[in-house]
Design a protein around this ligand. Structure first.
Ligand SMILES: *Cc1c(COP(=O)(O)O)cnc(C)c1O
Length: 360
């Protein structure tokens, strides 16, 4: 097999090699049954065991309380921008939002279709270079929830403390779920697309407090009601079988590697290496304010767009792939989720040093 490149892609993103190898074998022949995983009925005993195991591993690793349902849905994290307000708002009901980047902006746009919206805070004027601390905003008392994005994948910022609680939190954790532990108690609903830190594209995991399943107003289509999927254990229709299986393999890998505590420590160390390099240089400039820096997506700029293009080109030639920043920030972005190895970061840092010397 050719040597693997270092994949800094923001998503779909790098997965553990042993997970890829197991998934490849399972596609052809699952559990020595003479049938591939992606050929099996989702109602078969074997697949139901896969889905049950993935759910119980998620519950165990994340510490999901018993009064939360775990749903495996399709439509991407983006469908949740609409499903959340469709199910939890309605005429005269209000949702509060922290606008900290592209993904929250899109969620706010959808929420306005289904209820009132309070944008309690926005960092848009500073091109989303930070997230607020709780004393910087007020949530309206009549809001049903406060919605936020825990890690802003595009801008490279991350909440390092849970926001103001009142009345309950809704969180898009697409790009930092399973990267650290947290307490579920202030949350009503959490969702995450799998393709950043959990597995392949095609599955969105939703954690929803059971009492919220009955909040959906009349007139919401069956497939768009959380209750439909909760009542059917995510088997109302064909679920994303392959993605659910690979998420399960990733969860086993996480467990084997010490769980969230060990990952959180590693993620912090990996990110610190890159931030030190940026801080010790006047050539590289970080986009995120230092108190808001993400441990998952490190965003930085070079002195000119021409140098950035040259940097990305030379990095790619060295097997450091996917470093081009999102068009809304420009520059570079190194996405270093759970499965991204430290060696790749060391290699990037060496390259950054060489490139700076040559082009300063
Ligand atoms: C990638 C991403 C999304 C969009 O996910 P899709 O599955 O493509 O809809 C939403 N929110 C965050 C935080 C993301 O990183």
């Amino acid at each position: 097999m050719p040597a693997r490149i270092h994949n800094f892609s923001a998503g779909p993103a790098t997965l553990p090699m042993e997970v890829l190898e197991q998934a490849a074998r399972d596609i052809v022949n699952f559990n020595d049954k003479g049938i591939g995983l992606i050929e099996m009925s989702h109602r078969s005993k074997d697949f139901i065991a896969v889905a049950d195991e993935t759910e119980s591993l998620l519950r165990e690793i994340l510490g999901v309380p018993a009064h939360f349902k775990v749903l495996f849905l399709q439509g991407g994290a983006s469908l949740q921008f609409a499903m959340v307000p469709m199910n939890l708002l309605g005429p005269g009901k209000k949702g509060a939002y922290l606008n900290t980047g592209t993904w929250s902006k899109k969620a706010i746009k959808e929420a306005r279709l289904f209820g009132d919206v309070q944008v309690a805070y926005s960092s848009e004027e500073s091109n989303f270079n930070h997230v607020p601390s709780p004393n910087e905003y007020q949530v309206d008392e009549d809001a049903e929830y406060l919605y936020y994005v825990s890690n802003n994948t595009i801008f490279g910022t991350q909440f390092h403390a849970i926001p103001q609680v009142a009345p309950m939190l809704i969180c898009d954790m697409s790009s930092d779920i399973l990267s650290r532990s947290f307490d579920f108690s202030p949350f009503g609903l959490i969702f995450a697309g799998a393709q950043k830190n959990m597995g392949p594209a095609g599955c969105t995991v939703v954690f929803i407090r059971e009492d919220l399943l009955d909040h959906t107003p009349a007139g919401v289509a069956t497939m768009l009601k959380y209750k439909t999927h909760a009542d059917a254990d995510s088997m109302f229709n064909t679920p994303p079988c392959f993605a659910i299986h690979v998420i399960g393999l990733v969860l086993k890998w996480i467990k084997k590697n010490g769980g969230l505590a060990a990952l959180e420590q590693k993620n912090r160390e990996k990110a610190a290496l890159l931030y030190q390099t940026i801080d010790n240089s006047s050539f590289y400039r970080g986009h995120a304010r230092s108190d808001s820096r993400s441990n998952m997506n490190i965003t930085f700029n070079l002195p000119t767009p021409e140098l950035e293009a040259q940097f990305i080109k030379e990095a790619t030639a060295l097997g450091l792939d996917g470093l081009k920043g999102h068009r809304s920030v420009g520059g570079c972005r190194a996405s270093i989720y759970n499965a991204f190895p430290k060696e790749g970061i060391v290699k990037l840092i060496d390259f950054m040093g060489d490139f700076e010397k040559k082009n300063r």
